[in-house]
Write a protein that binds this ligand. Structure first.
Ligand code: CA
Length: 678
């Protein structure tokens, strides 16, 4: 390890004495290596990951900066290079100057960084690793300077632009980025399109609720002509996988997305002018010195580093500290099965009782509570729930002027005066958190609203879930009261349409590799009703997945607060083993291990809570999955609880001793599930 790291520095080269360190903040940085004369050409510099397998190359050609990413096929430097990201452009065009062309290479600096933090709300509660860093300083024709900062971890590369104060100029507006991602021609994609702005339910889009296409060619035009939302998964044939996303987006920038591809090149695109009802600019602005968000790549021959990556949190910092001890856990919500008709006091009280019976920590009171239950009776419900050890989350409409959604409460979360009044009432009432819906934009102005709601909510000890919203980008670590966001075609679509029910397993087999690997996902699933109606009678959408599948997705889908689509009738009409499992399943995890799978086809992964492991699998393929898996987390002979389906998707639970080689033969029928617990 050590040897590889030293070699990395040597390879990055230029150990000759440089100028005084210009950018502070590196944990352990070599002196700046000055290029004799600033040059418009620069031979590639190579930086490798601490384990020596992943490499980054950065260079300058004809005044344009570029980077490449790949890995060494035999795991050692200097051997066979497998290029996963071909020569891809770097740079940006600002209102104060063009940092995309006529660049010269001024100097570079290498270093290392210790990445160490606890994050109970994510897929790994403790992260402790090293990364190598590489920063290059570039100057444009007007001698204005910009740095590109790279962090190179095992399997992950993150980078961002840093702009120092430019003389008397203390702020900048970024008009566009030339940042791109160029993939080899054989690459196929797992992407979801960005929608038009101000379309969909009451003009609430974009809300990151579009469909994925699996293994699509790169030259397929995106559905709406606006490219794709982060994260995107790219399959570089037999060479492996690249996951592209961004993190560290807050009130100081907009959320970005990927353009359509041209000759294998995707570029970073800014929000559409029509978003947020046309209000707010598409181009972000920030104060100098300042930086852009991080763009991240996870690169590997196999899928384990994609499923297990922590890069979205590794490179960001908490935006504020908290004095509150936030409580995570499981809960119930009536809306997902009962719909708007379930919004009345008696039914909400019944769900509080149900949550208490399950040993759950919360109930989510969804839309319309303000008019159909009322503030006074919500306070009464909160007192009643508290007596049973259950906390309440209250739903809020985010608007505002940016959509027509009629559900109340409206007009409380978009405005700081109204928001403080509302949150003060919630604190006095003992409300645990809020679910804010229908935000619909990636503009910097909307990022400001996300951050303002989180910051204010923390002042009142409230946790925040976002719905109908953008992808959270590093927010679990940046905001201590952030829980999760929807930003996916979630369980509500199972309620709305049979088509979504029929595609349920296909989508579940995508999320652990794409959406849910970069951020907590508020899905609201694990239904045990056969039908999405309160009487569980044969009408409306029918669940085609098995009961074991429902249990498996409670482990597969990660969010530190899970409001499951269970109903009180499941206490009597669902199998006892299913209810027993749903009572004991945790919502927070200490670790994750990918075991087997292929995006959109099947997935088997393991999560650890304390010293207990939960292996969960689901299968979307027509044919039954039959495979032998290795389970190194348990010793041979360990007694394990195995939940599995037969051909008719009838589940049962058995006690099984793990074999001598720590392997187990498993079978998962189409739309079925698997769970192994021990
Ligand atoms: Ca939604």
């Amino acid at each position: 390890m050590k040897k590889n790291f030293l070699a990395a520095i040597l390879l990055a080269g230029m150990m000759s004495a440089g100028g005084a360190a210009w950018a502070a903040g590196e944990a352990d940085a070599a002196p700046w290596a000055a290029v004799m004369a600033a040059a418009a050409q620069q031979d590639e510099k190579t930086v490798t990951s601490p384990d020596g397998v992943t490499f980054l190359k950065v260079g300058l050609k004809d005044g344009r900066a570029y980077y490449k990413v790949g890995y060494y096929a035999d795991g050692k430097e200097g051997r066979k290079e497998v290029m996963m990201l071909e020569e891809s452009p770097l740079g940006l065009v600002a209102n104060i100057g063009d940092f995309s062309r006529d660049l010269v290479w001024v100097k570079e600096q290498t270093g290392t960084r210790d990445i160490r933090y606890d994050l109970e709300r994510s897929k790994a509660s403790r992260v402790d690793k090293k990364a190598n860093t590489f920063t290059v300083r570039l100057a444009n024709a007007k001698k204005q300077e910009m740095e590109v900062e790279f962090v190179v971890e095992d399997h992950n590369v993150a980078f961002r632009y840093f702009l120092p104060k430019q003389g008397g100029t203390g702020s900048v507006r970024v008009m566009n980025e030339t940042t791109g991602f160029r993939f080899p021609g054989k690459t196929t994609t797992f992407l979801t399109p960005q929608s038009d702005a101000m379309i969909g339910w009451k003009r609430t889009k974009p809300s990151y609720e579009e469909e994925y296409k699996a293994d699509a060619p790169m030259d397929t035009p995106s559905q709406y002509g606006h490219g794709y939302t982060f994260p995107g998964l790219f399959h570089v044939g037999e060479d492996g996988w690249v996951l592209v996303s961004e993190t560290g987006v807050d009130s100081r920038y907009c959320g970005s997305r990927l353009s359509d591809a041209q000759d294998g090149l995707y570029t970073v695109a800014f929000p559409m002018p029509e978003e947020n009802n046309g209000n707010g600019t598409s181009e972000p602005a920030f104060a100098l010195p300042g930086h852009t968000p991080w763009r991240t790549l996870t690169v590997s021959r196999d899928l384990a580093p994609i499923v297990e990556t922590t890069v979205p949190w590794d490179v960001v910092e908490p935006r504020f500290a908290t004095e509150h001890k936030y409580k995570y856990g499981r809960g119930t919500w009536s809306w997902i099965i009962g719909g708007d008709n379930s919004m009345n006091y008696d039914e909400q009280k019944r769900y509080v009782d149900f949550a208490a019976d399950m040993g759950y920590e919360s109930v989510l009171v969804d839309a319309w509570w303000d008019s159909r239950v009322g503030y006074e009776r919500i306070a009464e419900l909160a007192r009643y729930a508290a007596g049973k050890g259950v906390g309440l989350y209250l739903w809020y409409n985010s608007n505002g002027y940016w959509n027509d959604a009629p559900q109340g409460p409206r007009g409380r979360m978009h405005n700081t005066i109204a928001r403080h009044r509302e949150m003060k009432w919630m604190k006095e009432t003992g409300i645990r958190g809020i679910k804010v819906d229908f935000l619909g934009s990636d503009k910097q102005q909307t990022m400001q609203l996300y951050e303002d709601i989180l910051a204010d909510a923390n002042d009142y000890g409230l946790m925040v879930i976002y719905h109908g919203c953008t992808l959270p980008r590093g927010w679990e670590r940046m905001y201590p009261n952030f829980v999760a966001s929807e930003a996916v075609l979630a369980s509500e679509n199972l309620h709305f349409s049979q088509k979504s029910c029929d595609a349920e397993a296909f989508n579940a087999c995508l999320h652990p590799f794409i959406r849910n690997t970069v951020a907590s996902m508020d899905f609201g699933g694990s239904a045990l009703n056969k039908y999405y109606n309160a009487k569980n009678e044969p009408r409306g959408s029918r669940r085609v997945t098995s009961d074991v599948y429902a249990l498996a997705t409670a482990v597969l889908f990660q969010s530190p607060v899970q409001h499951f689509a269970l109903t009180p009738n499941n206490l009597t009409d669902a199998p006892a083993w299913a209810i027993d499992f749903m009572k004991q399943v945790p919502a927070t995890w200490d670790d994750v291990r990918f075991i087997d799978g292929y995006p959109g086809k099947y997935v088997i992964l393991a999560r650890r809570h304390g010293d207990k492991w939960y292996v969960a699998g689901v299968n979307a393929q027509q044919e039954t999955l039959k495979t032998e898996i290795t389970l190194p987390m348990w010793a041979s002979g360990t007694e394990l609880q195995v939940y599995a389906d037969d051909k008719e998707l009838q589940g049962e639970v058995k006690s099984v001793k793990l074999g001598k080689k720590q392997t187990m033969k498993v079978t998962i029928p189409c739309n079925g599930g698997l769970l192994i617990v021990g």
